[in-house]
Structure formats: C-alpha cells, structure tokens
Design a protein around this ligand. Structure first.
Ligand SMILES: CC(C)(COP(=O)(O)OP(=O)(O)OC[C@H]1O[C@@H](n2cnc3c(N)ncnc32)[C@H](O)[C@@H]1OP(=O)(O)O)[C@@H](O)C(=O)NCCC(=O)NCCS
Length: 131
C-alpha cells in the first residue's frame, strides 16, 4: 500500500467508523510483525492477517456504495485465499448492521465478550470455516 492509498484508507476509516484508528496506528502497521494484507478498491477495503486462522481487523465500505454486495465480494475473495482455514473476527455488539452482514454470510457466533472495547462495550467473536 502506498502513501496515497494510506491517506484514502484513513479518510474512509474516519468517515465510516464510530471509533476510527489514529493516524499513528495506521503508520505503525508497517512495523508490526504480523502477516497483514489489504484488499483495496475505490469503494472500500478489508484489512486482515493471514495465519493459521485468517483474522479480519477491518472491513469498511464507503457509505455511498453500501448494499451493493461489495463487502460480500471481499469476503468471498477472502474465502478463496483462506481455503481450508477458518476466518475470525470481533465485531461490536452495538454494530447491528455489521452483525447482520456477517450472519448473512454464514459466520457463527463463538462467544460474546462483555467490556471488550475501551468504552466498555462488548463484542461478538465470530468465525467462518472455509471449504
Ligand atoms: C458492514 C458493511 C461492511 C457491509 O457492507 P456492504 O457492502 O453494504 O454489504 P453487502 O452489500 O455486501 O451486504 C451483504 C448482505 O449483508 C446484509 N447487510 C449488509 N448491510 C446491512 C444492513 N445495513 N442492515 C441489514 N443487513 C445488512 C444483508 O443481508 C446484505 O444482503 P442484501 O443487501 O442482499 O440484503 C458496511 O455497512 C460498513 O462498511 N459498515 C461500517 C464499517 C463496519 O461496521 N465494518 C464491520 C466491522 S469491522
């Protein structure tokens, strides 16, 4: 990802997320020893880690392009990459749209964790096994 992509990603994160990451977090990603990847296009992005389990850190679609099946396409792409492995994520229990989205794709709820985020809200830990 080049610097203009990074500023675009940060800008979308600011517009679309209730708790966007600070700029320093994005810049620090380069120094973190994780196998991180981006799917990126003009309508949104998915940031995930490739490991024994594929971990989605962020999935964001520009509000102008929602309900067009774009996030579903990103997950379908991820399923191909993750073939035979499972995909894991945490999603805020306040984020009804995202929970519905992941449910619609067959993700299963592993666990509800109270007070997961710094503001005291909880999360659902969800997983999907790929064929
Ligand atoms: C959640 C999010 C990624 C969904 O992106 P999207 O491209 O609009 O989703 P899709 O069009 O691929 O939706 C696929 C299915 O998910 C479900 N879904 C998606 N958005 C939904 C909503 N707002 N309400 C209810 N169901 C929804 C529907 O079943 C939908 O199928 P349908 O449109 O045929 O009914 C998007 O709303 C977003 O970027 N939200 C802000 C960031 C976020 O919360 N990310 C997830 C946590 S990391």
């Amino acid at each position: 990802m080049n610097l203009s992509d990074l500023s675009w990603v940060m800008n979308l994160d600011l517009r679309a997320m209730d708790y966007p990451w600070e700029e320093s977090m994005w810049r620090d990603l380069r120094n973190i020893n994780l196998n991180l990847y981006f799917y990126l296009d003009k309508s949104g992005y998915c940031l995930f880690e490739k490991s024994d389990v594929f971990h989605i850190y962020k999935l964001v679609i520009d509000p102008k392009f929602r309900r067009l099946g774009l996030a579903r396409e990103l997950i379908e792409q991820l399923k191909v990459d993750a073939q035979g492995k499972s995909i894991y994520l945490e999603v805020s229990d306040q984020n009804e749209k995202a929970v519905k989205f992941y449910n619609s794709l067959g993700f299963e709820q592993l666990f509800h964790q109270k007070k997961f985020y710094s503001d005291g809200t909880g999360c659902f830990k969800m997983t999907l096994n790929t064929p």
